[in-house]
Design a protein around this ligand. Sequence first.
Ligand code: ZN
Ligand code: ZN
Length: 216
Amino acid sequence: MIDLHTHTLFSDGELVPSELARRAYTAGYRVIALTDHVDMSNIDLVVPRIAEAARELSMHTQIKVIAGAEITHVPPKLLGRLVEKARGLGAEIVVVHGETIAEPVAPGTNRAGIEAGADILSHPGLISIEDAEMARDRGVALEITARKGHSLTNGHVAKTAMMTGAQMVLNTDAHSPDDLISRERAALILRAAGIPEESIETIFANSQKIADRAGR
Ligand SMILES: [Zn+2]
Ligand SMILES: [Zn+2]
């Protein structure tokens, strides 16, 4: 299992990075990205700390831990600057918190996150065809999520991504160790979103590619 969207104590997750990585490893994970919620207030505190943990854990354990950040509820016009700042501070995977219908995310966030060059637009809700086309052109992955609430629109996201050719990834958005899932469960969630059997391995391969890119 490769999971590119999780939370630790550095935002609203339950565990320190070391325990989340250990729990993930014993749950069968090979790769995990730590992507805590950040905005302009905490980005410079959180990202370097996560980067330090990711470096040491990757070196001294058998799971690859990638430093990331999820830029969350930031006014859309500030997203470009913060994506760049997160990368400068050591985030190798930048997620922008998309327009889930489970929260009052500012309209225009999906578009701005894609334009900002995020690696992943998480739970993009009722994403438009135009935005999905832009995500395809810019290589931004659209997320199918295991998380309750956000997952209500998985079917719409999958349909729109398949219609436009935008790439998808499957993440848990785990906040607690109970949220970690097996690859079998991940495949089941993809099937439940209406994704055909032959596309499931492609979606796992998309996560692998993003993880490989982050490792360089
Ligand atoms: Zn959260
Ligand atoms: Zn999240």
